[in-house]
Design a protein around this ligand. Structure first.
Ligand SMILES: Cc1cc2nc3c(=O)[nH]c(=O)nc-3n(C[C@H](O)[C@H](O)[C@H](O)COP(=O)(O)OP(=O)(O)OC[C@H]3O[C@@H](n4cnc5c(N)ncnc54)[C@H](O)[C@@H]3O)c2cc1C
Length: 495
């Protein structure tokens, strides 16, 4: 264990996680704490905050990936940044252990106050084959990979002659009918349609999108009638919506079962499987001495101090997806806590920063209370649904809802600089259309250089090969290189 000498020797507010909550807490406190002789330290394995509501639009190619994240270095100038993962917290001794992102020795970070803001991770179930085949939509890297995979599958399928292989490449499955899943499948469908318009070897009717949802309805954030409208909307676009259905096995083909009788619903092959079926509190909280509730979230009081049956834990705070924050409006989850979303995370962060600062001066803390503003969702260009709670409920569908979605998120994107970049993306896409350029070899960017820098094998002796010699794999005329369909070869020989 190393206690790095690089760390500032000042009373520290340690912020664990630099997403919605962490970024805003640090933004609000960094100057005040520094002026008072302390330091805000933010630890996150990522050098940026991810604006997760934009992940579907990144996957759909409407927003450039870098524009959907907010750089910590650029915007937290008075905050001490450590790129790494907090692996455990010993609050009794006011220390956290950080595993640096560069793989170096663990660092022990002492603190005065701690703010838990490590969010949530994708929640999965032990479904065979899911870990090998699936991809989530929680990080910017996943969104970029999804976009590239979709475009790559369409291009690859366009040269395939085997109908089964072609169908598998052109089938895209999303599991989870919440906001993230519906926005993801609709943005992907829009992108796929645009890509197919540019590719004369693939027909629009060959593209297959399937949404799998275990419940009897989708999008719990909107009214039942709006959710029904969304289902009809998806079906009108050719997206198959399977309700009361669950993924049972993904080892070979995808096996879907009907709930609750568990009978077989469908069994088909698909190269792309996206999992968006819920989140769970970041399991790092289990390596702390803080009180947890049954769902694994940290227990907090309405003023966002951590506290359990044994009372308030001094100098410890939490908010966002990692915390079970009481919803004082009574409109939250059935257990009385806030729904895990950005609307709450952002406002909780601001309240937490104010309360933490007030606690330093023994001032009165205020409880967090926020009336839900509603929900807005975009389903690709000019399509969406919104449920806005302003002076009564306003339900919107279609272009107006889509504009409300863009207006809200354009404003909510943190920092003016990022708002500007995102809005410019939209303006460019409006005039230039959706960008369907596929970026290749992101997994192996050095491949071309390695091939160029590796000395070629010396040419074989010039002797003519024997008539029955086996062709070298990959050489001109070899079966591997030309990929001749055996059926076509038979027909050609017969002519
Ligand atoms: C695809 C998608 C779409 C969404 N759309 C909407 C929407 O339209 N409206 C809405 O209100 N909400 C939406 N949400 C939910 C919203 O994004 C989250 O509720 C919000 O990000 C929670 O904020 P947070 O700060 O608690 O966690 P996050 O923003 O997830 O931040 C957690 C941070 O902690 C870091 N971290 C993780 N582990 C550690 C560790 N061990 N040590 C240090 N740091 C760590 C992570 O790298 C991350 O930066 C969406 C979510 C997704 C995935």
């Amino acid at each position: 264990m190393a206690t790095t000498t690089e760390l500032q020797d000042r009373p520290r507010v340690l912020v664990v996680g630099g997403g919605y909550v962490g970024l805003y807490v640090a933004l609000k406190l960094q100057k005040k704490i520094a002026n008072a002789g302390g330091i805000v330290t933010l630890v996150d394995p990522l050098p940026y905050m991810t604006y997760q509501p934009f992940l579907p639009e990144v996957a759909g190619g409407n927003i450039e990936a870098r524009h959907a994240v907010v750089s910590h270095r650029q915007h937290l100038k008075q905050t001490e940044l450590i790129q790494g993962r907090v692996t455990s917290i010993d609050h009794a001794n006011r220390t956290a252990v950080v595993a640096p992102a560069d793989g170096g020795a663990n660092i022990e970070v002492p603190y005065f106050d701690v703010v838990l803001a490590a969010g949530a991770i994708t929640r999965t179930f032990p479904i065979k084959g899911l870990a090998d085949k699936g991809i989530g939509l929680k990080t910017i890297e996943e969104a970029v990979a999804l976009r590239n995979k979709l475009l790559e599958r369409i291009e690859v399928a366009s040269t395939m002659t085997d109908p089964a292989e072609r169908a598998r490449a052109l089938t895209f499955v999303v599991v989870g009918g919440g906001f993230a899943g519906i926005e993801c499948i609709t943005e992907m469908e829009d992108l796929a349609r645009a890509a197919v318009r540019n590719n004369p070897r693939v027909k629009q009717e060959e593209i297959r999108f399937v949404l799998v949802e275990a419940m009897g309805r989708i999008m719990p954030e909107v009214t039942a009638s709006q959710a029904e409208w969304v289902v009809e909307h998806l079906r009108s676009r050719g997206i198959e919506v399977l309700l009361n259905t669950s993924l049972d096995n993904a080892e070979g083909s995808l096996r879907l079962i009907n709930l609750p009788d568990k009978s077989l619903a469908q069994d088909f092959e698909a190269d792309t499987l996206v999992w968006t079926a819920g989140v769970q509190a970041n399991p790092m909280v289990r390596s702390t001495d803080f009180p947890l509730e049954p769902r694994g979230r940290v227990r907090v009081l309405p003023d966002l101090r951590i506290g359990g049956d044994e009372g308030i834990v001094d100098n410890a705070w939490a908010a966002g997806d990692i915390a079970a924050v009481p919803d004082l409006t009574g409109k939250g989850l059935p257990d009385g806590t806030c729904v895990p979303n950005a609307q709450h995370a952002l406002r909780q962060a601001k309240r937490l920063a104010k309360n933490l600062w007030a606690s330093r001066w023994d001032k009165q803390l205020k409880d967090y209370k926020h009336k839900n503003l509603g929900a807005v969702a975009g389903f690709g260009e000019w399509k969406g649904v919104a449920n806005i709670n302003l002076l009564g409920r306003i339900g919107l569908k279609g272009p107006l809802a889509w504009l409300a979605h863009r207006g809200y998120h354009g404003m909510a994107m943190p920092t003016f600089e990022r708002k500007f970049r995102v809005v410019l993306n939209w303006v460019i896409a409006f005039f230039a259309g959706r960008d369907t350029t596929q970026l290749l070899d992101l997994d192996n960017p050095r491949g071309a250089f390695v091939a160029a820098a590796t000395p070629a094998p010396k040419p074989a002796a010039a002797a003519a090969p024997a008539a029955d010699a086996t062709p070298v794999a990959g050489a001109p005329g070899s079966a591997e290189k030309t990929k001749v369909d055996p059926k076509e070869a038979v027909t050609a020989n017969a002519k």
